[in-house]
Design a protein around this ligand. Structure first.
Ligand code: UTP
Length: 475
């Protein structure tokens, strides 16, 4: 292990020719532990990647104008057409078989900073359920546990964190005994970080001995799976398909036999769930066919003219919103990470507090920095036979991004109650509703009680009658 002086000299060799040695200007006043921290940060900078990106993504705006042919994506419908009924039935059978055979693992990406929610701690530790106040991590762990029990198999759950929240996440899971999952089946691994730059392309310091670093985006999961050994762990367990979802969605159904079966039967390397858009300009990615390849185009890059165009029947022409739920073959991840594959990089202008030239901490109120990220859905165009399945958004998607309003903790609680009430009604239970048709009860169904409406229907005799304004917890 080289000593501090040697590490310092090596860092300087990288920094000086790039005009970045200002980050060492406080060196003389740093304590020895602080010097080590700064060197750790500096040694983590992937200059081979950044040398290419700084001119194109930091010092200038990458060209995101859409060129080429853009068509609506072919989508497997939520309800199969008459000619698809046999395929869907077969897919459900195959999907169940794949899960029961231990071929499917769950993967939660939880490395984000959750700045919009502003919760002090990892987003997965936010209490989110309407009655029991369960956290997102508990919900997912119980979903994995319940699916394992249903199919008679141990299902591994992989959780990606980032250095920004890794220790807090591990501590949280350990304190809660992995919510009943065997320790060996919960694999927590970290994604990489990238430095933030000012608009002149200079590295920013968040402290005199710390670079301003941010997680490298959910696309960082691909390299992180490889680097951390999680991918090898999957291979050793015989896992073939990764069910990927975000930490913020309490309605997620990671073990959907139809989706998993269609993915298998069509030999798709990467599949994705979509829902009809809530409105033309909804802030979700648009799944399209770009130059013949299945591609998600971010709302910010999707021209309004395309977003508003309608078919002759009055339906939106581009109407497939990305829900951030994907299936990825382990072999696909192995294939693309083992060659010099890079997901396209995205530039985001953000507010990043920094140490100025006088050594004072500045907290800007408007964006002052550029962060670089990659997105997992940008792997879709590289997949063979990629597939998209339409699902009912109200059944599967309610992301917690904000505290209140759209896509919030508040709306996610309501959406959980609404879904629980639909399942109860489907089981023949009478649900009191207010004059607007909204449930007049607060209900929570634990994944350990029922994973879906069908399972709930088998437990009808355990469900009490629902009185107006009642609170019911089925656990
Ligand atoms: P978001 O885009 O919502 O970002 O992430 P965020 O960091 O959670 O929240 P904001 O934008 O700061 O408010 C979508 C999903 O991708 C994960 C998040 O944890 C979330 O599950 N993610 C995001 C990562 O795992 N790593 C990243 O670098 C970014």
């Amino acid at each position: 292990m080289p000593g501090t002086d040697e590490r310092y000299r090596n860092c300087l060799v990288n920094l000086r020719p790039r005009g970045q040695d200002h980050v060492l200007r406080w060196w003389d006043g740093l304590a020895s532990g602080e010097r080590e921290r700064l060197l750790d940060d500096l040694e983590s900078i992937p200059w081979d990647v950044l040398d290419k990106l700084i001119p194109t993504h930091v010092l200038s705006q990458p060209n995101t104008a859409l060129v080429g042919e853009l068509l609506p994506a072919p989508i497997y419908p939520r309800i199969p057409g008459p000619d698809q009924q046999t395929l869907y039935e077969e897919a459900v059978r195959v999907g169940r078989e794949r899960i029961a055979g231990g071929k499917v693992a769950a993967l939660t990406v939880a490395g984000g900073q959750g700045t919009r929610l502003g919760f002090a701690g990892p987003k997965g530790a936010v209490p989110v359920t309407p009655v029991g106040g369960k956290t997102l991590f508990q919900l997912f762990a119980e979903t994995v546990l319940a699916a394992g029990r249903r199919y008679g198999v141990s299902i591994p759950w992989y959780v990606m964190t980032s250095p920004a929240n890794h220790y807090e996440t591990v501590d949280f899971l350990v304190r809660h005994h992995f919510f009943g999952l065997p320790r060996r089946d919960v694999i927590v691994f970290q994604q990489g970080m990238l430095p933030a730059f000012d608009f002149a392309g200079r590295l920013l310091l968040e402290d005199k001995h710390r670079l301003a670093l941010a997680p490298d985006g959910h696309g960082g999961v691909l390299k992180a799976l490889l680097r951390s050994g999680a991918l090898a762990d999957m291979q050793a367990r015989g896992v073939e398909v990764i069910s990927y979802f975000q930490v913020d969605n309490p309605l997620v159904k990671p073990f959907d036999p139809l989706f998993i079966g269609l993915h298998a039967l069509t030999q798709s390397e990467m599949s994705t769930k979509v829902a009809r858009k809530a409105d033309d300009l909804e802030r979700v990615g648009n799944l399209c066919l770009r130059d013949g390849r299945l591609t998600v185009i971010e709302y910010s890059e999707f021209p309004e003219i395309h977003a508003r165009v309608q078919n002759a029947d009055g339906r939106r022409r581009f109407d497939a919103g990305n829900l951030a739920m994907h299936l990825l073959d382990v072999g696909f991840v192995q294939r693309i990470t083992s060659r010099s594959f890079e997901l396209p990089c995205r530039r985001a202008e953000k507010v990043v507090p920094f140490i100025n030239d006088d050594g004072s901490l500045v907290s800007p109120s408007t964006p002052n920095a550029i962060k670089l990220e990659t997105f997992i859905f940008d792997a879709l165009p590289s997949a063979t036979n990629p597939l998209a399945l339409e699902v009912d958004r109200t059944e599967e998607f309610s992301p917690v991004k904000n505290l209140t309003g759209v896509d919030s903790l508040e709306s996610a609680k309501h959406d959980q109650i609404r879904r629980a009430c639909r399942w109860l009604e489907a089981a023949g239970v009478k649900v009191p509703r207010d004059p607007n048709g909204e449930p007049d009860v607060t209900v929570e169904i634990s994944p350990l009680f029922a994973l879906d409406a069908e399972e709930l229907a088998t437990k009808k005799d355990q469900i009490p009658a629902l009185k107006s304004a009642a609170t019911v917890y089925l656990q």
